[in-house]
Design a protein around this ligand. Structure first.
Ligand code: BGC
Length: 336
């Protein structure tokens, strides 16, 4: 009996090691990743994509596996993106990295990927949970929107506590602010708006909202809104709270045109132009996600999917699906 079990065990061990050997022989020399961006012109997405390309080269050098990136711009159209996915699959992509145009409508992409057995790494625009739960080969990489907003609020709370006059510019006991919001359908806009304002209030900053508006993450739209607000509330705006850096820069553009100085502007992202504005003192602060890490996780997770391996252990996935990129406050050293 015991002998029989021992033999069975030995046989199983031999079988498993033969399977592993077989897999090794089949190891891929190259992987093909299909990437579709909701809008290639978006500054934040553009930044992430640039780093992603560098990470792919790094990965190639380190692993000896050739990485072919097929990057496409959906230019704001879900239809175009669905066709891109179709093409990626027909070209034999091993994995897809999708920045969905309409995060509520990722089901067509998921259907296609599931039928073809091609894993999908979504990023930045989070599909709804119901869609994400449909298959265990779906992943999402982004930043925790509430955490971002709390950090954005905190930078002003800390400044106010240290030097109230640096925030309440006219010293009337009220900080009059305007608010620039991203796309209404984007999970980040709603959560950022709610939690930035809450953090300011809870932190004891006596804020009063003058007005706000949706500028869809875009610099030019934000600039147009700010131009109107400067005319409607002359010499009154003390703080511009923006859901991202690009819209913050739009507000700064409008103030420069109108010759207005001294207003505090806070953004989110730490994009290249955002950091330049911080450096030159035009932006008070921003909340920056670790973009190197963000792009590394997308690339390495995608590569592991393409190779049929387990997700990389060094990047823990919440529920086996979600990766939340760490972020930090960047604030200009000296207001003057
Ligand atoms: C970023 C924005 C960007 C948007 C695109 C947000 O998380 O903060 O700058 O425009 O994602 O989806």
């Amino acid at each position: 009996m015991l002998k029989g079990r021992l033999l069975l065990f030995l046989f199983l061990c031999m079988f498993l090691s033969a399977c592993r050997g077989g897999q090794k022989e089949e190891e891929k020399a190259s992987i093909r990743i299909g990437i579709s961006l909701y809008r290639g012109e978006d500054t934040f997405i553009n930044n992430i994509c640039g780093i992603l390309e560098e990470k792919a080269k790094e990965y190639e050098r380190e692993s000896g596996i050739k990485v072919v990136l097929d990057i496409q711009d959906a230019k704001g159209s879900q239809n175009v993106q669905n066709n891109q996915v179709e093409r990626f699959i027909s070209l034999g992509c091993d994995v897809l990295c999708i920045n969905p145009v309409d995060r509520m409508d990722a089901s067509v992409i998921i259907d296609r990927a599931m039928t073809a057995g091609v894993p999908v790494v979504f990023f930045n625009r989070q599909p709804v949970e119901e869609d994400m739960n449909r298959w265990d080969e779906l992943y999402y990489i982004g930043v925790d929107a509430k955490e971002t907003a709390v950090l954005q609020g905190k930078m002003v709370v800390d400044l106010y506590r240290e030097d109230a006059g640096a925030v309440d510019l006219n010293g009337d006991g009220v900080v009059s602010y305007v608010l620039l919001e991203g796309e209404t359908s984007h999970q980040d806009s709603l959560i950022r708006t709610e939690w930035s304002v809450r953090t300011l209030k809870n932190g004891g900053v006596p804020i009063e909202k003058l007005t706000g508006g949706i500028a869809n993450w875009e610099r030019s739209q934000a600039s147009a809104l700010m131009e109107q607000w400067l005319a409607a509330y002359p010499d009154t705006i003390e703080l511009v709270v923006s859901n991202n850096d690009d819209m913050a820069l739009g507000a700064i553009d409008a103030m420069e045109r109108a010759g207005v100085t001294g207003v505090n502007v806070i953004g989110i992202d730490g994009t290249t132009p955002g950091l330049e504005a911080l450096e030159s003192g035009k932006l008070l602060g921003t909340v920056s996600a670790n973009k190197e890490l963000y792009a590394s996780v997308i690339l390495e997770l995608a590569a592991s999917c393409a190779l049929g391996e387990e997700p990389p252990e060094e990047y823990p996935l919440e529920g086996g699906t979600y990766y939340w990129t760490p972020q930090e406050i960047l604030i200009r050293e000296n207001k003057d």
